[in-house]
Design a protein around this ligand. Structure first.
Ligand SMILES: Cc1cc2nc3c(=O)[nH]c(=O)nc-3n(C[C@H](O)[C@H](O)[C@H](O)COP(=O)(O)OP(=O)(O)OC[C@H]3O[C@@H](n4cnc5c(N)ncnc54)[C@H](O)[C@@H]3O)c2cc1C
Length: 394
């Protein structure tokens, strides 16, 4: 029995994702990692299960699930393959969510059904080579040309940017002579067929190797006027707001990676013998297993409490950052312990724990580094304490 009180539907989704992931994803995850291979067959399978429309309402061909069902499914996918999990997390939490929240009816009708069906994968292009944590410093410039916009600049680190059919791209719409700060950035819905849209460098990564990460050059890229999302100048607000959602997805991904490491460790300690006994008999090993399990359960509880608050319509910026920070640091710590438990065998590719450790690291970096999460949590905590006359609301 788990700690979370799941509804029947949540339990069903969790079991569906678990059995699919164990049967189809886990067996070849190591091979996909070794070959840095993005697997389109896997995309088709997950599309058939509705995983690309988990949060999309049924009227746009989605499953219309609640956030907790979605996060449970993401965790199960990440246990088997962290690269598949980031694809689902970015697609469902960022571009789909932004079009749902800020798109016109025409934009929703046009983009959401094929995205929910998994025919068009969604990507998120905020970061640039010189603007990562400081996203407001991005330089890609959009200039009006009649009804169109012309975009010039370089977007960096775009997850599955070469596989995406729809990319939400943040670009400046203020002018060099009249910078508007955070109000000078807008969001555009790009598609790869636009003239001047160019895939550039594909990164070679420490982990998450089955998830391609691309630089994209926009070279006089002509974007029709109806591709502007929402209000001009509000793009950074939309992007940062959607990260409240996205960070819960990354937290679920981190928990899945940590759980994979714990499950592999639990199997190994019951098999490996040293000094004439199973290493599970050593208290030093037992304490590691206890701490790994405790941290994973604490992280999951935080993520699902934050998701429940989001479902109630509450502002969750503080809790979403806490969940992402705690879950990602848990994943890094747990996977490092797993490598230690495996000893030398943890350091080589015969066992998957070295992959788990490499995959875990990026959860402390993308969608805001741990340092940025601490800045957000501290700012939000101080503001909440001030607003409540010093006593913090739970
Ligand atoms: C595999 C991968 C996939 C990604 N996918 C996407 C994607 O799909 N879309 C997208 O837009 N981006 C994506 N990113 C980019 C990611 O979000 C950024 O890498 C991240 O925000 C950090 O930015 P940076 O790499 O420029 O680091 P920097 O911002 O240069 O940070 C360098 C260091 O300085 C620290 N630092 C920075 N500012 C502060 C501060 N104020 N106080 C304290 N410390 C600070 C950081 O925490 C970090 O330790 C991806 C990155 C990776 C690695």
């Amino acid at each position: 029995m788990g700690l979370l009180a799941l509804t029947d539907i949540q339990h069903e989704i969790q079991q569906l994702a678990r059995s699919y992931a164990a049967r189809e994803l886990a067996p070849l995850a190591g091979e996909r990692d070794a070959q840095s291979r993005f697997d389109r067959r896997m995309v088709q399978q997950m599309a058939a299960l509705g995983f690309f429309g988990m949060l999309t309402p049924e009227k746009y061909d989605g499953l219309g699930l609640d956030a907790q069902s979605y996060l449970l499914a993401l965790e199960e996918i990440a246990v088997a393959d962290a690269s598949a999990a980031v694809l689902l997390s970015v697609h469902n939490s960022l571009p789909i969510q932004m079009i749902l929240d800020f798109g016109t009816d025409a934009q929703r009708d046009h983009y959401l059904p094929p995205m929910a069906r998994g025919e068009w994968l969604g990507a998120f292009a905020l970061s640039e080579p010189e603007a990562g944590s400081d996203a407001a410093a991005l330089r890609t410039q959009a200039v009006r040309d009649g009804d169109d916009w012309i975009l010039n600049g370089t977007k960096a680190w775009v997850s599955h940017g070469n596989e995406a059919g729809v990319l939400l791209c943040m670009a400046r719409t203020d002018t060099p002579g009249d910078r508007q700060g955070t109000n000078g950035i807008s969001t555009f819905i790009l598609t790869p067929d636009l003239p001047g849209f160019q895939l550039a460098k594909q990164e070679r990564k420490m982990g998450l190797r089955a998830s391609p990460t691309l630089q994209i050059n926009l070279d006089d890229c002509r974007v029709p006027g109806d591709r502007l999302l929402g209000v001009e100048g509000k793009g950074l607000t939309y992007a940062l707001g959607s990260l409240d959602h996205g960070r819960l997805g990354i937290a679920a991904q981190a928990i899945g990676i940590a759980r994979a490491a714990l499950e592999a460790s639990a199997r190994y300690v019951g098999e490996r013998q040293q000094f004439g006994q199973k290493i599970s008999e050593f208290q030093a090993i037992q304490f590691k297993i206890a701490d790994m399990a405790t941290r994973i359960t604490a992280a999951r509880t935080l993520v699902h409490a934050a998701a429940a608050a989001m479902e109630r319509g509450e502002r969750i910026t503080r809790f979403s950052s806490m969940a992402k920070l705690f879950a990602s640091e848990t994943a890094m710590w747990v996977t490092t312990q797993a490598v230690q438990i495996f000893g030398g065998y943890g350091y080589v590719t015969d066992y998957p724990v070295e992959r788990f450790m490499r995959d875990a690291k990026v959860t402390e970096i993308y969608e805001g580094t741990s340092e940025i999460q601490r800045i957000v949590i501290s700012r939000e905590t101080l503001a909440a304490a001030l607003a409540a006359d010093g006593s913090l609301p739970d």
